[in-house]
Design a protein around this ligand. Structure first.
Ligand SMILES: Cc1cc2nc3c(=O)[nH]c(=O)nc-3n(C[C@H](O)[C@H](O)[C@H](O)COP(=O)(O)OP(=O)(O)OC[C@H]3O[C@@H](n4cnc5c(N)ncnc54)[C@H](O)[C@@H]3O)c2cc1C
Length: 465
């Protein structure tokens, strides 16, 4: 039952109010809706909280603004080595948050305009699925040929006594004041980034993670280098530690770890993962199957177990990143309204962690490459960036290439250091094109940069015994 498309655009199926009804105006939902409308589909989008979704309101964008703010403390100190003298820098949390809020409000407006200019109808409110072609928002019912679930994810909070005293990243963006002592619970990228933010802005930070090392899934050299650098900066990293209980005490909060050790802080933040936001949507009632985490089960084209219902982004628990949600949204629009069935490409998705210092990564970790390819070569370099020869700051940059020995193809690039995300984005293209180490080596570097190390490094790490 493919859509019939006429030469001059879609022939509308007037049996339904809309060709596409999207639930959730976040990264994925907005892209799917706009692109579908550009192909002539009649599109409505329901949003219950904020246009732009997590990324714009409580994710990537405000997070990166706070990371910029946090980095200034090092920049002010580093200026001395280059001859600058400053008074004692003072930081105003309220001003930062107010400026951030103003920018986010502007972006909400940009999203509103993008949608309305594309001809998409915006419906305010909580949407639920009534049947495979009907959505309910408040008192209103809307029918649609296709329904797209793009409801994102929500922070998960462990069920421990006193958990209600802690916040999640959602609230961290709206704190009234900068707490002097912060405990972050969780070792994913959000926890690592907020440890850097609070530390850079002047708080005393402890990060607790139950595993051996944080950033599970990243290359081990990245994880170890970042842990060493964060420790040097003064962040108290506690691995193999698990929180048992949180209590309010005079002057703050007390965390008791398994084993009995106690720590005190003014703010506790859980960064312990996110669950697909699919509860109370009526999905299972209409036959949409969810997995054990509550994620919508979809095929390669993001179609759920009900043929008229599609799902994209974090609520499908594939790769929880904004550009991935956007790619999935566009693919659905291509598939449904441009007669071009499209599967998103999940190969070599690059990503960054905006920790202090940054992490950038694309392709396979050393461990994954060994498992899949057997014989690999690893090139690794660690150096003090040129800038720090004058600042005296003891911060190292680490870069690493993982290469398939049989074909010389570069399988993975990993970096810890300033602007790692900016550098890795370009290398992701090379990796996607199947570049070999020989081609990296024959590329002329840009001098003096840190990035040139990726094309000049010849330091092969000896094979493990
Ligand atoms: C702190 C933090 C930092 C992050 N940093 C990065 C980063 O640096 N880079 C990166 O790529 N990714 C980052 N992410 C992840 C990124 O934000 C998500 O992957 C992305 O927003 C997912 O897009 P989405 O469209 O699936 O969902 P969302 O953007 O979450 O949008 C879902 C929308 O659906 C709405 N909604 C939910 N249910 C209903 C309903 N029933 N009716 C109406 N509306 C509903 C919600 O209000 C929300 O607006 C970060 C996430 C967090 C939490």
């Amino acid at each position: 039952m493919g859509l019939k498309v006429e030469k001059k655009g879609l022939r509308h199926m007037d049996r339904y109010d809309y060709d596409l009804f999207t639930i959730g105006a976040g990264s994925g939902g907005v892209r799917a809706s706009r692109v579908s409308a550009s192909y002539g589909a009649r599109v409505a989008i329901a949003e219950e909280r904020y246009l732009g979704g997590t990324c714009v309101n409580v994710g990537c964008i405000p997070k990166k603004l706070l990371v910029y703010a946090a980095h200034f403390s090092e920049d002010f100190a580093d200026g001395a080595g280059f001859g600058w003298t400053l008074g004692v820098p003072r930081f105003d949390w309220a001003r930062l948050i107010a400026n951030k809020d103003r920018e986010i409000e502007r972006l909400n407006g940009v999203y509103h305009k993008l949608l309305t200019d594309s001809g998409v109808t915006i419906i305010d409110g909580h949407a639920e699925v009534l049947n495979p072609h009907t959505v309910v928002v408040g008192e209103e019912r809307y029918t649609a040929r296709y329904i797209l679930i793009a409801t994102g994810s929500w922070p998960s909070v462990p069920k421990i006594p006193g958990a209600e005293h802690a916040i999640t990243s959602n609230e961290a963006f709206f704190l009234r004041a900068l707490p002097p002592r912060v405990i972050i619970v969780g070792g994913g990228y959000v926890g690592v980034e907020f440890a850097g933010i609070f530390h850079g802005l002047g708080a005393r930070v402890t990060q607790i993670h139950r595993g051996r090392l944080f950033l599970r899934g990243f290359d081990d050299d990245v994880r170890e280098t970042l842990a060493a650098e964060m420790t040097k900066k003064g962040i108290d990293l506690r691995f193999n530690a698990e929180v048992k209980e949180i209590e309010k005490v005079k002057g703050g909060m007390r965390v008791t770890l398994e084993g009995g050790l106690t720590l005190e802080a003014d703010l506790i933040m859980f960064a312990t993962g996110r669950w697909p936001n699919t509860r109370g949507l009526g999905l299972e009632e209409v036959g949409v199957r969810l997995n054990e985490k509550g994620a919508v089960i979809v095929d390669d084209y993001s179609r759920s177990t009900v043929p008229s219902v599609y799902a994209i982004g974090d609520c499908t628990d594939r790769l929880k990143l904004t550009p991935v949600a956007i790619a999935e949204g566009r693919a659905v629009a291509e598939t449904l309204f441009n007669q071009s069935p499209t599967k998103p490409n999940y190969a070599n998705v690059p990503s960054a962690v905006f920790s202090l210092p940054n992490v950038g990564t694309v392709g396979l970790t050393e461990r994954e490459a060994r498992q899949r390819y057997g014989k690999i070569d690893v090139y690794r370099t660690a150096f003090r960036p040129l800038k720090h020869t004058l600042t005296g700051r003891d911060e190292m940059t680490m870069m690493k290439l993982v290469v398939d020995r049989a074909t010389d193809r570069v399988l993975g690039c990993h970096m810890v250091g300033p602007e790692a995300g900016e550098i890795i984005q370009g290398l992701a293209i090379a990796i996607s094109c199947g570049a070999t180490k020989g081609q990296f080596d024959s590329t002329i570097g840009i001098h003096p940069t840190a990035a040139e190390e990726f094309v000049t490094t010849r330091s092969r790490v000896p094979d493990p015994a």
